[in-house]
Design a protein around this ligand. Structure first.
Ligand code: AMP
Length: 204
């Protein structure tokens, strides 16, 4: 099964993708995690990508598409988190024949409120939230705030989201494969709604 998770920054895509991957044994491919890994490696491409991430802009498509395609390779099922992020990217992966697109709908105000508690483990790339998804005690000493989670960059990420990514919602709606989930409740509740959609699809 091929699933795309869509939603604004901070809507919980990463968390939901991880849970789905664990429960349904799906391969989880996060564009943001792949890009951040490349940045961490300090490669020439990584250094280039960092400039975009730090500003909250979309990284050049050729890097993102190549990285995602390498991961997908010949796999039959996966979750794509954070990809596609524009109609242009969606058209590039049209031949993958995605089964389901889950749109995590949430207001900008609610997301900004959430951002203050968001943390990341620099060793694993895993995301946490001080209130909703508390990090294990053992890693408390090393968790950090994502550099692109500061209010100025978040504002830019939203601007880009509205301009580039929001039209992707309509693109998949027209194809009849979009399911919308209210992402404002606590993550556990949101996940239950997502899980039901996936289960119902599998029953078909
Ligand atoms: P995320 O971890 O999904 O919040 O992504 C963090 C950052 O990585 C974004 O703000 C972009 O700079 C970059 N990024 C993630 N996914 C994509 C994509 N599909 N296309 C271009 N840039 C991306």
């Amino acid at each position: 099964m091929k699933i795309i998770l869509l939603g604004p920054p901070g809507s919980g895509k990463g968390t939901i993708a991880e849970k789905l991957a664990k429960d349904f044994k799906f391969l989880n491919i996060s564009a943001g995690v792949l890009l951040r890994e490349e940045v961490k490696k300090g490669t020439t491409i990584g250094k280039e990508i960092k400039k975009y991430i730090d500003k909250g802009e979309l990284a050049p498509y050729k890097f993102v598409v190549e990285m995602v395609k390498l991961e997908i390779h010949d796999k039959k099922g996966y979750i794509l988190d954070g990809f596609p992020r524009s109609v242009e990217q969606a058209k590039i992966i049209e031949d993958l024949n995605v089964d389901l697109v889950i749109y995590l709908e949430i207001s900008e105000e609610k997301v900004i409120e959430r951002f203050s508690g968001r943390r990341i483990d620099p060793n694993t790339g895993k995301s946490y939230h001080l209130k909703f998804i508390p990090p294990p005690k053992a890693i408390m000493g090393r968790i950090i705030t994502r550099k692109d989670d500061n209010p100025k960059v978040v504002k830019e990420r939203f601007r880009i989201y509205h301009k580039e990514t929001a039209p992707v919602v309509g693109y998949y709606k027209k194809k009849g494969i979009l399911k919308t989930v209210d992402a404002a409740p606590p993550p556990k509740e949101v996940y239950e709604a997502v899980k039901k959609i996936v289960k119902d699809f599998q029953k078909k």
